[in-house]
Design a protein around this ligand. Structure first.
Ligand SMILES: Cc1cc2nc3c(=O)[nH]c(=O)nc-3n(C[C@H](O)[C@H](O)[C@H](O)COP(=O)(O)OP(=O)(O)OC[C@H]3O[C@@H](n4cnc5c(N)ncnc54)[C@H](O)[C@@H]3O)c2cc1C
Length: 398
């Protein structure tokens, strides 16, 4: 290929974002909103989002965390989601994201009571609405539930809920595009860096996007991508499964996302259905998207029916698998500039709670990149802690 031909395949941007899931799209939106005219490209290889975690998630948002910054991130998400449909309107097209506030209910045992109480007190001290229920209150509020002798109570976050993740993603994308961001279909095969600085990305063998700022929003693939620039991240893809159930006995109204002591969780979905999942030790590491009805039949259904006896009759409608980008250092986000490569930013390691963090992370990254004052200081999630092997600790609810 002649040099002049090569030039045809090179384009220059201010910022190139790898991955157009919630992180990449929210970041593109915030950058183009904060600095009109900035040249931003988002590269996504799966434009139908068949494998993105964003579209395979439970779409839950909650303040029930025990790390202050995670609580603040979710409160920020509440604010954004409440005004989202107005803010994301493009001309006369107003997205609908169906933000439902049916709450989250975390069951408490004698063993985890102290940690739950500390998290509860912290959430309260930060101004969140959070309630401590007795087993009797659980039964009164949700008559289908049968808390066993091991349950001493529950925490209920009335503002927690869920929304349509795909609709929110499409809205971010449409608004970012209307503000000038370019969404490109393609695969980033290499993040380029020279002399300690990011210089762009390669899309296949003969196309380079040049940029002094590259943002790795590659989700469960982020560590693979980082490796192309010589960066090692403690982030692994772990398969998680969700099941859709049609129960013979329907609840009277919406059920909160209910988290049992074993970690099994479920909530109502539209169409009278129930969504259910559970993270398990044996969940495989790797890029595997198969789902398995045996797990539901043999393990999860008996656990569910013990807590909701009326659900000993139900139809398993379908299931799916998606990937958590698990940060094996401390199960928390890794957000910010990589200390050894100027201009290389990371947003990964969300370990199962990243969807709700998209709005705050997009905002934070855009402020870091554009050197603006911080709306919400998320520096605690700095990638520097990876190099220093300094995990964050979040006892109790993660
Ligand atoms: C089953 C399940 C349930 C979950 N439930 C919740 C929940 O209830 N609440 C919550 O907050 N979070 C939840 N999560 C976590 C949440 O979905 C993720 O943390 C979040 O969506 C991560 O967003 P992302 O943009 O980083 O990743 P993704 O949505 O995965 O987007 C990354 C994108 O990068 C693209 N990409 C990767 N490599 C390349 C490349 N080389 N070139 C081009 N494109 C590339 C991928 O195609 C992908 O579209 C859940 C996740 C799963 C799997």
């Amino acid at each position: 290929m002649k040099d002049s031909d090569k030039m045809k395949n090179n384009q220059t941007y201010d910022v190139v974002i790898t991955g157009g899931g919630i992180m990449g799209s929210a970041t593109a939106y915030c950058l183009t909103k904060t600095q009109p005219g900035i040249k931003v490209a988002v590269v996504e290889r799966d434009p139908a989002y068949a494998r993105a975690s964003t579209t395979l998630s439970m779409s839950n948002v909650r303040i029930q965390f025990s790390l202050k910054e995670n609580i603040q991130i979710s409160r920020y998400a509440f604010d954004v989601l409440e005004r989202f449909e107005d803010e994301m309107a493009v001309e006369d097209r107003r997205p609908k994201i169906y933000f439902h506030r049916e709450g989250n209910l975390f069951l408490v045992s004698a063993a985890n009571q102290d940690a739950a109480r500390r998290a509860f007190d912290l959430q309260r001290s930060l101004g969140c609405r959070i309630e401590w229920w007795s087993p009797q209150q659980i039964r009164e509020r949700y008559p289908l539930y049968e808390p066993g002798a091991d349950i001493v109570g529950a925490t209920f976050g009335p503002d927690d809920g869920h929304f349509d993740a795909y609709a929110a993603l499409m809205a971010y994308k449409a608004k970012a595009k209307s503000q000038g961001a370019e969404f490109r279909t393609g695969e980033v095969v290499k993040i380029r860096a020279a002399g300690g600085r990011a210089t762009g990305v390669d899309l296949g063998a003969d196309e380079t996007l040049t940029a002094a700022c590259v943002v790795n929003c590659g989700g469960a693939w982020a560590a693979q991508l980082a490796e192309t620039a010589g960066v090692k991240l403690p982030v692994i893809p772990v398969k998680r499964q969700i099941f859709t159930l049609d129960t013979a006995v329907k609840p009277d109204g919406p059920l909160p996302l209910t988290v049992l002591l074993s970690g099994l969780y479920f909530r109502t979905e539209t169409g009278g259905l129930i969504l259910l999942g559970k993270s398990m030790e044996e969940d495989p590491v790797g890029f595997n998207f198969s789902w398995d009805d045996k797990r539901f039949m043999e393990v999860l259904w008996p656990e569910l029916a013990e807590f909701v006896p009326a659900w000993d009759r139900l139809k398993l409608v379908r299931g799916w698998a998606g990937l958590y980008d698990v940060n094996t250092l401390d199960h928390n986000a890794i957000i910010g500039e990589w200390p050894e490569i100027e201009g290389l930013y990371l947003a990964t390691g969300f370990s199962g709670h990243g969807l709700q963090q998209g709005p705050a992370v997009g905002r934070y990254l855009s402020e870091l990149i554009l050197k603006k004052p911080m709306s919400l200081d998320l520096s605690i999630f700095t990638p520097k802690r990876i190099l220093e092997n300094r995990p964050l600790s979040e006892a109790g609810i993660v």
